[in-house]
Design a protein. Sequence first.
Length: 322
Amino acid sequence: MSWYRNTVWFVKGLREYTRGGYESASKHFNPADVEVDVTGRSFLVTGANSGIGKATAKEIARRGGTVHLVCRNKERAEVAKEEIVTETGNQNVFLHIVDISNPKEIWKFAEKFQNEHELNVLINNAGCMVNNRELTEDGLEKNFATNTLGTYIMTTALVPLLEKAVDARVITVSSGGMLVQKLNISDLQSGNGPFDGTMVYAQNKRQQVVLTEQWAKAHRNIHFSVMHPGWADTPAVRSSMPDFYERMKNSLRTEAQGADTVLWLAVSAEATKLPSGLFFQDRQPVPTHLPLAYTHSPPEDEEKLMEMLEEFSQKFKSVSPG
């Protein structure tokens, strides 16, 4: 059954997730949806120094938005910031160095950010696919620490700030790979059995979909969405999936095409006319499960995931003196 699901996903992807799929879908886009002036609105983009994150940040800056780039590597981030400012002429681009795999850093950053800035839109783009089981300095499996726990902490830590904003939104960049995974709360850090980085990543992306659905129920004043960018030619794909990249490089979407739905969800009025908590691909809500797939989870598992992540997150939250 696992082989079958993977095959279905791959065949589906060949048709929909490639550049050709984007070009076909984009014939039905309304360009006016994203031709908007977002001057005065504040956007935070994680993993913004390359790939889809940088492409998204650049397009938001082009539309006048205040953009906060949250990046791990200072040197690459400074180059990205300079490029965005130069190409867009927007000086309201700010850089924050945070390692999303380090929960203590995220908490510290979020506390400082809330005291100094406003925020209308959070874009959880940072992610990784580590193909061998590696632990962070906190003893966390690196994919889980970055993709799931990092996303959870960044979002929950900034929810109080977003609650104060007009037209607040949270967009999480997931992956169609999650379609081959059923939520597994028994082994969040992938310590049991053989380690398959691709499937661990897919499990993390399934977790992000569940997080989005749960957040949408809990925070009615914020519009939550999660999306699949398709298969895009990004540095992350080239480094994490070299064999896949070699096979598919002539069919991959550009970074801008991969970022299109993120931008649409972040700036368009049309996006928030749709219910909060949905999964999007090419500006359309799409199912979170393949037909006949055994990937549905009982509600109690989804609630348990939230409880477990909250317990994890609180372990790393320090109380500031005074």
